[in-house]
Ligand binder design. Structure first.
Ligand SMILES: Cc1cc2nc3c(=O)[nH]c(=O)nc-3n(C[C@H](O)[C@H](O)[C@H](O)COP(=O)(O)OP(=O)(O)OC[C@H]3O[C@@H](n4cnc5c(N)ncnc54)[C@H](O)[C@@H]3O)c2cc1C
Length: 381
């Protein structure tokens, strides 16, 4: 084992960048390889809430807690639950004192990127495969050629990880839930009545075997998900994604019976829609350790977003792995301990995400959601 191990991190998502940042702070060199062409080549997705004992803890270890305050949105922790006829079942708009601040994904990624020397992240580098270079080392293959050998390759490359097949035979399975993502720009000025409907945080409406989750992001943007329990491929057949107006109209039709005010959210949507089928690895996913390789974040344990833990888990994985590498200075030993702890730590979170996905859109789904909100309200500090 080298005293200065050559470490490659695949993926510049929240997990990979948090790991790179903490290693960098402690003088451990690593290179992050990211398939996207540059940091702003695609919108990074919706708002995330960071939790004290995971995402926020990882930022503390990355010495970025102060900088995070500039992008944290404490005011947007509210929750509303409506019946499909528009009746308000739960409304908590005074949540700015909560301890789960929201942050836009793009802002979080910029915070992490700005804390690294630019040369540490290699853009436009999609990993195509790995090759055993002997003695526990690995060569990486990219479109531009091969790089390596590396002593450690950390797969932080999300749901469809190219590193995972080298340690595990499991593949993420479709949960049966598919989201159609839509957005409303500049909502406070363009649609103030809808801004009030959504409130300062998340709006949830469920009924008739489908649901709508709409969330306030930064810059007066709102992102929503129309959620269906359908076979894989149904959404692509049902909606004509070549026509924005046809998708809007299709969503209005599918949610017939919901109040007009709620349907106006679809009518106000901007031009961009995305289809997001929800996949998950089995609860308790683990693997037999393979020298020179490990996984963090969604690559290791992608789960449905219903637990709200995905990004928090990814960042905590990164912080724990970095901590062990720094403390032990002996990679084999550090990675073995990281994997042992991570496999155990992830079980409750994966279980609750799986239960969330299973009960969502069930006959008593909305009653369960209401019960959960009421119990959380009771425990808020
Ligand atoms: C609809 C939806 C809503 C969600 N909402 C929430 C939420 O509210 N709260 C929450 O905590 N979590 C949420 N999640 C989950 C959250 O997005 C993930 O858990 C989190 O992004 C995982 O971080 P990561 O760094 O492990 O992976 P990712 O964020 O997926 O990052 C992986 C990175 O690797 C790159 N990459 C992939 N393949 C390659 C390759 N071959 N070569 C090089 N680079 C590659 C990707 O481009 C990407 O930049 C949601 C997920 C979905 C689908």
């Amino acid at each position: 084992m080298h005293s200065n191990p050559r470490i490659a991190i695949i993926g510049a998502g929240p997990g990979g960048l948090t790991l790179a940042r903490i290693l960098y702070l402690h003088g451990i060199a690593a290179t992050v390889y990211e398939q996207e062409v540059h940091p702003l080549s695609r919108p990074q997705g919706g708002s995330l809430d960071l939790h004290e004992d995971s995402g926020l803890l990882a930022l503390e270890r990355a010495e970025l807690s102060d900088a995070f305050q500039a992008i944290a949105r404490y005011d947007d922790q509210g929750t509303r639950l409506l019946a499909r006829n528009g009746q308000v079942l739960f409304d908590d708009q005074n949540a700015s004192g909560g301890n789960r601040p929201e942050v836009d994904r793009t802002a979080l990624r910029s915070l992490l990127l700005d804390s690294l020397p630019p040369s540490m992240v290699r853009w436009n580098c999609a990993l195509l495969g790995l090759e055993d270079a002997g003695e526990g080392c690995w060569n990486l293959s990219f479109g531009h050629g091969n790089e390596g050998p590396f002593d450690w390759v950390v797969g932080a490359d999300g749901t469809w990880s190219r590193v995972r097949p080298f340690v595990s035979t499991y593949e993420p399975q479709y949960s049966g839930l598919c989201f159609v993502e839509f957005g409303i720009n500049d909502i406070d000025r363009s649609h103030p009545e809808l801004a009030l409907l959504v409130g300062r945080g998340m709006l949830n409406v469920e009924g008739d075997g489908k649901a709508l989750i709409v969330q306030r992001n930064g810059n007066s943007h709102v992102r929503g998900y129309a959620i269906f329990r359908v076979p894989m491929g149904w959404v692509e057949k049902r909606f004509d994604f070549t026509s924005v107006s046809a998708v809007r109209e299709g969503l209005v039709q599918e949610f017939a019976g919901y109040s007009e005010e709620i349907l106006n959210l679809f009518r106000a949507s901007s031009d961009e829609f995305a289809v997001r089928p929800i996949f998950a690895l089995p609860v308790g996913h683990s693997w037999v350790r393979r020298p020179g390789l490990t996984l963090i974040g969604d690559a290791a344990h992608v789960m449905s977003p219903f637990g709200g833990d995905g990004v928090n888990n990814a960042m905590l994985d990164a912080a724990e792995l970095a901590h062990l590498l720094i403390e032990r200075r002996q990679c084999n030993n550090a990675v073995a301990e990281y994997e042992r702890r991570m496999f155990e730590r992830l079980v409750p979170s994966a279980k609750s995400a799986a239960e969330g996905a299973a009960t969502f859109l069930s006959h008593d789904g909305q009653a369960l959601t209401l019960a959960m909100y009421l119990s959380h309200q009771g425990t808020r500090p």
